[in-house]
Design a protein around this ligand. Structure first.
Ligand code: FE2
Ligand code: FE2
Length: 345
């Protein structure tokens, strides 16, 4: 009889065979590689449940079949995993355990809590050290993304300190390779800014912001208001405006950039601001967060060395920055429409 993990594998490969998107050629080999690392970690952690781990491995990226970049694929994968598991007759316990592994595999808004979820997340990240993931990003011309991804992967394999130690030499080698990788002049549609790359940039900014906040103001409630992308050149600025215009509607122009309302089922972010090229801004971009009670938030943090108070005519904002990585995030005092300049305050 087919085991549940074999069924999950078939389900995943079938789903991937039906979609023809940029992720398809990479996905089956990626997940097979995740399985290899998961088996390795299972051997070192014999108490972990093998069925839960391997079933989760085959379902963790199944959300890519929806071919969407506006919703976190971990959310879509969890939904699809639950749907599939309900048809197999496994117990509710198994469904919940697998659902958690799948949902937490990116170590972002939901952190892995169980040994099985930790194995899936660490195996997923470890895979990138032994496969072509960074090379794909480099050859797509998104070096910054490759750099951020490597850093996050290294952090996530730290779920198992032994594994991180083991992977340190290859991490150092990738770091050197990424820096040394030549940036060829743009040619043809391969290096053009696609909607996929646009969302990747947005996602990268959100991830950096999440990391910054959870490190420097842990447990604080915040809601993403919008994401600002800082154009890195005049050429990129033009391309960003063009792609943003196809993904959303231009609603306002400010002296520093253009604001777009993202349409479609853009569940992760409703507004994106594309800033004009400004060499003074070294970051890839910055998220703006709204806090439930700005005055209380200000009282608590304005003396904290990581925060800077900035006064604007219609409102003020606290800037959170980090001396190590250079990531920034903003916490404005006013509602979004005033901040974005949609309505003058
Ligand atoms: Fe994933
Ligand atoms: Fe994955």
């Amino acid at each position: 009889m087919e085991t549940i993990e074999e069924k999950a594998r078939t389900r995943f490969l079938r789903a991937m065979a039906r979609v023809k998107n940029h992720m398809y050629p990479y996905m089956p080999r990626h997940v097979a590689e995740v399985e290899r690392w998961a088996l390795y970690l299972l051997e070192k952690n014999p108490k972990a449940d093998r069925t839960i781990v391997l079933t989760s491995v085959w379902l963790h990226d199944i959300g890519w079949k929806f071919n969407r970049t506006d919703i976190d694929h971990a959310i879509l994968s969890e939904k699809e995993a639950r749907k599939f598991l309900h048809t197999t007759g496994v117990s509710e316990n198994v469904i919940e355990s697998v659902a958690h592994c799948v949902r937490a595999h990116r170590c972002r808004d939901i952190q892995p809590q169980t040994i099985e979820a930790k194995i899936v997340a660490a195996a997923d990240s470890a895979t990138h050290f032994t496969d072509i993931n960074y090379i794909i990003h480099l050859s797509d011309g998104i070096k910054e993304y490759a750099r951020g991804k490597l850093r996050r992967d290294y952090k996530d394999v730290g779920l198992f300190p032994e594994l991180q130690k083991e992977l340190t030499p290859v991490y150092e080698a990738w770091k050197k390779l990424i820096e040394a990788y030549p940036e060829l002049p743009k040619r043809g549609d391969r290096t053009e800014l696609t909607p996929y790359k646009f969302w990747r940039i947005v996602e990268d900014i959100m991830t950096e912001g999440d990391e910054l906040c959870s490190r420097l103001m842990p447990g604080e409630t915040r809601k993403l208001g919008y994401v600002a992308i800082f154009s890195k050149s005049e050429t990129e600025e033009k391309a960003l405006f063009e792609v943003a215009g196809t993904l959303g509607t231009l609603i306002h122009e400010t002296p520093t950039g253009k604001v777009y309302r993202m349409s479609g089922k853009a569940a992760r972010v409703s507004f994106v601001k594309v800033r004009y090229y400004n060499p003074q801004k070294p970051q890839r971009g910055a998220p703006d967060y709204l806090v439930p009670d700005y005055e209380a938030f200000k009282k608590k943090y304005h003396n904290d060395t990581h925060f800077t108070l900035i006064k604007r005519p219609a409102y003020e904002l606290l800037k959170l920055s980090d001396e190590q990585g250079g990531a920034v995030a903003y916490f404005p005092s006013a509602p979004l429409e005033i901040v974005l300049g949609i309505k003058e305050g």
